[in-house]
Design a protein around this ligand. Sequence first.
Ligand SMILES: [Zn+2]
Length: 251
Amino acid sequence: MRRIIRISVILILLAVLVTAVFVIFFDQAVLVRKGTIYHEPVKEKVVALTFDDGPSPVWTPRILDVLKGADVKATFFMLGEHVKMYPDVARRVAREGHTIGNHTYDHHVLLYYHSKELESEIRRTEDIIKEVTGVRTLYFRPPKAWMTSAEKRLVKSMGYEVVLWSLNSKDWVTFDDKYMIKYLLRHVRPGDIILFHDSGGAFSTEGGDRDETVLAVMRLIERLKEKGWRFVTVDELVNMRKNDAQDPGKH
Ligand SMILES: [Zn+2]
């Protein structure tokens, strides 16, 4: 009996460990990239910073201050629920020239949805963002990057492009901004879309501590600027790729 208990405990610990390693070191977005915008093959040293799960009354203003101070524009994938709760913060994001994307209403994993529910979730979010900021969203990012091919087709038929990322800061499991910056600087390539969070926690859409994200974004911008990089929004990045494609000789 004791032996069975001991083996069970070891098996449970092993399962927890494997799950933790998977969550920390593996990026599930690589599995669903087909047919999405996640990295644009541009020649110039540009990247797009993106922030998910906001707006947050605590963290979004701090990130906006950093971006404003550095004269950098970014893309914010907002939750309809948070836009409704914090309309002033959402308005500030729009007013300061950042791009706003759609990240569903309340961050349920999309695999739970029927297509009708997904459609109404996206429209509901689109409506509240439009009502509050005047912006009509054109880019959609699925929560946790879990999305089927049928869902991608549906979202596209609604007039959206699905946007994922090529570089993941893992800011929701990394608690050291220096490690984050080191990792990002080592892996950054022209045309990368970088994932950060301006709200959310490990198990909810709010309440997390994004201090390290604020610091990492500030230092990453400084370091990349020193090396001659520029920062663009997702739509600017898409347009750059289209222009590069039209003019292949351009440098
Ligand atoms: Zn999210």
